[in-house]
Write a protein that binds this ligand. Sequence first.
Ligand code: ATP
Ligand code: MG
Length: 360
Amino acid sequence: MSQQHTVWVLGDGQLGAMLSHAGQPLAIDVRPVDIMAPTGDTLPIDASHIITAEREQWPESSTSLQLSTHAHFINGPVFGRLADRFTQKSLLDELKVATSPWQLVDDKVQADDLHQAYGDRVLLKRRTGGYDGKGQHWLKQAEATSIPNDWRNEAIAEQAINFDEEVSLVGVRTQDGRCLFYPLTLNLHQDGILMASIAPLARLSHLQDEAESMLSTIMNGLEYVGVMAMECFRIGEHLLVNELAPRVHNSGHWTQTGCHINQFELHLRALCNLPIHTPQVNFQCVMVNLIGIEKDDRWLSLPNAELFWYNKEVRSGRKVGHLNLSIHNTAALNETINQLKLWMPTQYQAPLDWILAEFA
Ligand code: ATP
Ligand code: MG
């Protein structure tokens, strides 16, 4: 017994493309939509179709309105709530999920008040629109930096967290409320942007239960359906939530190579109410983000590498692809990483060394 499934995606970037790719073998018709394309036409969306989004925020257009007001826009109210850091952090507090101490930057608060509350370094983050470290502003007591005027009521202030490292958990909640998870992923960010991920790691497994319990609380609290990602700071033996993404996530890209059901397929299965079980991990993987660099076919000569190229115009700081490296033995991984070090520009040397150090 089979049903024809059609899933429209609000947004047509790489996440939408990878959702389409994952839908193909299951004959799920995935249709990413460029919401800003100038079209007066209405989309041929049927009442039985399902709508999801590859981004948490979008400009209003006739297309985005048509998608976001559809009766089957799954998790509709969640997007706005998580897209605004003020309501996202408020939710974490309400659910008593540990997160970095924070407050709204309102009309009255002064930089001194924030330093008194959080210490000599305070991170201001725009409530909406920030990504890849954009929309951040550090207040430094020593330099007497002040709150930019146009950030008032538009930003939150966070304590600077002196974390040991960053990890994330990608999980799914089904329509009948079951929560399933991938193993924790170790992430390296450089200048606010994800450079590389490694998963799974035995040394993180003792944190898995704590992480799963946090993300279960969040997904259940929101009655969420589909894949959600939770970015965390590891401080000693505990986790603090940094932020949530109500969608498939860059730190879950390793599952395309490492798992028998990747995060894109898992999301589609949950949306379409298809059977779901815990994804098996086939290989440990390293994911290297390709940021602002031209495609290099030499990458294809690496025996343990899979290339995902997004076919976007290459611009500085822009995510244009990723490489998934499956790890069958450490010697082969080291060889690949050392080869990449010769081919990749300066900003990759530290992330590639970070990978080597993890397996040293
Ligand atoms: P994304 O692209 O994941 O949506 P973002 O730019 O929206 O990221 P965050 O994830 O909040 O914003 O921050 C980016 C990075 O900045 C984090 O991964 C972390 O490295 C650093 N960072 C964020 N908050 C803090 C904090 N309170 N203390 C120290 N570092 C932080
Ligand atoms: Mg982040």
